[in-house]
Design a protein around this ligand. Structure first.
Ligand SMILES: Cc1cc2nc3c(=O)[nH]c(=O)nc-3n(C[C@H](O)[C@H](O)[C@H](O)COP(=O)(O)OP(=O)(O)OC[C@H]3O[C@@H](n4cnc5c(N)ncnc54)[C@H](O)[C@@H]3O)c2cc1C
Length: 415
């Protein structure tokens, strides 16, 4: 029976541990935090968007440059396999907008408990508070792992699944980059991805805490429209966040760092074209002609947006509907279709949903997740230079590569 050490008890590490143990190996997980899966617990705002029902071909398009790399592991363990895996283990799942899959309970703890339960059932030993420091190597092959206390755990294979470097408070502090680097691996420079953005002016600050659903958000770079996304966004004290903004953040970061004037345009009424919206505003003004604008706008906007709208359009809050001029009506319509915010930068790794960069995919065999440089070493999850859009794709990548790495390590499937 081969001994396998998994370094990092996140979703990739636990799935690797389960697949290796089910294949007959004696598996130990070394986790540096007091409990495993601390990041998994906060995914999807605590609801865990674990995968997406998109067909594998469409799924792979959601990955930036690494679609080819992740393809073999997705074909070995697809989104459908993951859904079946959790349903088999008594976690009923549901599908929401955009094909996003969540536990019916809306609790990420159900996903974590299912993983921990299966690991236990298969005899996996999980040691918490055990930060790995380095790999023990002999003749170009890994023979174990040394933890910070100096203790050495011997193994026939090691799976590195320490995650990326974003949200370090969850334990993902990029340790694996150094551990793999000391053993000869390279590193594609890491940076924040799927990250909130900062805006100038005080509009976002005034609207902080407000979430918008069903809005259309466009990116303008140097005056040209570069992309458009439909969905949810959120105002924060520094700028913007929420699924649509996170998805557009890569493009926004590129545009800002290229020195282009970078703007977000929010269409608050995407279901109405200018003509229909004008008719709608006119109807509201006529129906409530004796009311003040700050009251009439309650029909069109969330309460928190009304002062911002009136200030940016220059319409006096106490003006009665009857008194609104054609010019003011036009300003209001244009603003509702094109609320502009200037983007000045992106937040850092501390607030990024994922890390771009990592162990170069070309140094890893995509069929087995085995290192091409160090014998008996495998990788799984976000430590690898692979990243995708929001929608459950990143967790699926962690689970798929974890599954493959565990199985291959157990079989002694080295490159
Ligand atoms: C706020 C937030 C929300 C998210 N929501 C979603 C979502 O809904 N859907 C989705 O698909 N993705 C989501 N993600 C991304 C997703 O969480 C990650 O892609 C995924 O957790 C990566 O899994 P992993 O196992 O590779 O790494 P991690 O989950 O980062 O796990 C790595 C583990 O390794 C441990 N570790 C690190 N160094 C050491 C060491 N030296 N020794 C021992 N252990 C170590 C860490 O403590 C950690 O437990 C979200 C991310 C964040 C931050």
């Amino acid at each position: 029976m081969s001994r396998i050490i998994v370094v990092g008890g996140g979703p990739a590490g636990l799935m690797a541990a389960i697949s290796a143990a089910e294949a007959g190996s004696a598996v130990t997980v070394l986790e540096k935090m007091p409990s495993p899966c601390m990041k998994l617990a906060i995914t999807g705002k605590g609801r865990c968007n674990l995968t997406n029902i998109a067909e594998t071909r469409d799924f792979l398009k959601k990955f930036s440059d690494c679609g080819r790399f992740v393809r073999p592991s997705f074909y070995s363990f697809s989104g459908k396999d993951l859904i079946a895996f959790f349903e088999r283990n008594n976690v009923p799942l549901k599908t929401e907008r955009g094909g996003r899959v969540f536990p019916v309970s809306d609790r990420s703890s159900d996903i974590i408990n299912a993983l921990l339960g299966l690991a236990k059932k298969n005899g996996v030993r999980i040691i918490t508070g055990a930060p790995a420091k380095k790999l023990v190597l002999k003749d170009g092959a890994v023979t174990g792992v040394e933890i910070l206390s100096g203790e050495i755990y011997e193994a026939e294979a090691v799976i590195l699944s320490t995650g990326g470097a974003s949200y370090p408070s969850t334990g993902s502090t990029g340790d694996g980059y150094k551990i793999a680097g000391d053993a000869g691996h390279g590193l594609t420079p890491v940076r924040a991805a799927l990250v909130p953005v900062e805006t100038s002016g005080d509009s976002a600050k005034k609207l902080q805490g407000l979430g918008l659903k069903n809005v259309s958000v466009s990116v303008f770079s140097g005056g040209r429209k570069k992309a458009e996304e439909f969905g949810e966004m959120l105002f924060t004290h520094f700028g913007l966040s929420g699924p649509v903004i996170l998805t557009l953040s890569g493009l926004l970061a590129e545009s800002v760092s290229a020195g282009e004037k970078t703007e977000i345009s929010v269409d608050l009424k995407p279901a109405l074209d200018h003509k229909k919206l004008d008719a709608r505003i006119l109807r509201d003004l006529q129906a409530h002609g004796r009311q003040k604008m700050k009251t009439i706008l309650k029909n069109l906007l969330p309460k928190k947006m009304i002062p911002v709208c009136l200030s940016l359009t220059g319409i006096p809050p106490d003006k009665e509907g009857n008194g609104v001029t054609a010019e003011e009506r036009k300003k209001l319509r244009v603003w509702l279709k094109d609320f502009r915010l200037r983007v000045t930068g992106c937040r850092g790794l501390d607030e990024a949903i994922i890390t771009k960069g990592g162990i170069p995919a070309k140094e890893i065999d995509p069929q087995t997740m085995a290192s091409k440089l160090v014998k008996n070493l495998f990788f799984a999850g976000e430590i690898i230079d692979m990243d995708a859009e929001t929608g459950g794709y990143n967790l699926q990548a962690a689970f798929s590569t974890g599954f493959v790495a565990g199985l291959a390590a157990s079989k002694g499937d080295v490159h």
